[in-house]
Design a protein. Structure first.
Length: 310
């Protein structure tokens, strides 16, 4: 009986102290450490080592060249252009995979529970479509002559652009495709975070006169801030990988490097030009830049997060 009371934590009974020499928990951590280290840290170390070598995937030997690969990447005449386009992809990715999903989630909750299932299914549906298939479908939609989107422009008396051959519009077209194909995941996450807000708090805010935009900015967003921070960080990290398939299928980085970014440039240097050293150096630079952005974003937004009642 005493053991039973101790097990369920009855007050007045002290639990049996854990033996200091018990290291069993380490075995439970071992699978995670092996998988996490094998699929994350070892590849990162390998990329870092390759960034100091001159190797083309074909030669048996690799020559150490120090920082020469980094100099080749940074001093490339198109590096600044590619860097600016990378930043633009990230900004558009945050809009398409964070701001729009959060606003759609807030709208979905406002229409009532009866229509919630329909909107949730309809808005998540693009996420199950293969990226290559969606790229081909959107390539047809963006056709300059006879495409549905430019037909809408023509109906308004406007001339639609050549979306994928015009350097001024190609990034925006690629970003639309990437966001359409992937924003459903972040929408579902944002919807879950907004749904978890206590009804009592929402009703109290309505009694105080909070409606519409005021309700969204002063009640909904602060209460769901931990989830929204996660969605924002995910949008930054997903923006470049999600644009990879549309670029590969439709533009190949063109026209005139106008749709390229650092993520796609790493792939192209490695597997099209077989320049492993510059490709690895570009990957290291990209990881460092994204790390700086994510850390700054987290430090800025985490101060405004509400993790529980004060």
């Amino acid at each position: 009986m005493a053991d039973t009371l101790t097990a369920i934590g009855v007050p007045g009974r002290r639990p049996a102290p854990r033996r200091r020499g018990d290291k069993t928990y380490r075995w439970y951590l071992l699978p995670f450490v092996v998988i996490f280290g094998g699929f994350l840290f070892l590849p990162l170390i390998a990329v870092l080592v390759l960034s100091f070598l001159d190797w083309n995937l074909i030669r048996a030997d690799a020559q150490f060249v120090g920082l020469e690969n980094y100099a080749d990447v940074v001093l490339n005449p198109v590096f600044l252009q590619t860097l600016r386009q990378t930043a633009l992809y990230v900004v558009l990715g945050v809009i398409g995979n964070c701001i729009i999903p959060v606003l759609l989630a807030a709208f979905t909750l406002s229409v009532g529970q009866r229509a919630l299932g329909f909107y949730r299914t309809a808005l998540f549906l693009p996420a199950v479509v293969a990226s290559a298939v969606s790229a081909i479908v959107w390539q047809y939609l963006f056709l300059p002559a006879g495409g549905p989107i430019n037909s809408v422009f023509a109906g308004l008396g406007l001339t639609g652009p050549n979306w994928f051959t015009d350097p001024n519009t190609v990034i925006y077209a690629i970003a639309v495709i990437a966001s359409w194909n992937t924003f459903g995941f972040n929408y579902v996450i944002a919807l879950g975070g907004l749904s978890a807000i206590p009804v009592s708090i929402v009703e109290a805010a309505k009694l105080d006169g909070a409606h519409g935009w005021r309700m969204l900015t002063q009640v909904t967003v602060p209460m769901a801030s931990p989830t929204l921070i996660f969605v924002a960080l995910a949008a930054v990290l997903q923006s470049l990988p999600h644009a990879f398939v549309p670029i590969q299928v439709i533009t190949g980085g063109g026209p005139n490097n106008a749709s390229n970014n650092l993520f796609y440039d790493v792939y192209r240097n490695a597997f099209q030009y077989f320049q492993i050293g510059p490709s690895a150096a570009g990957a290291v630079i990209l990881v460092l830049l994204l790390a700086i952005v994510v850390i700054a974003q987290y430090r800025f937004t985490d101060k405004r997060a509400t993790y529980g009642p004060n």
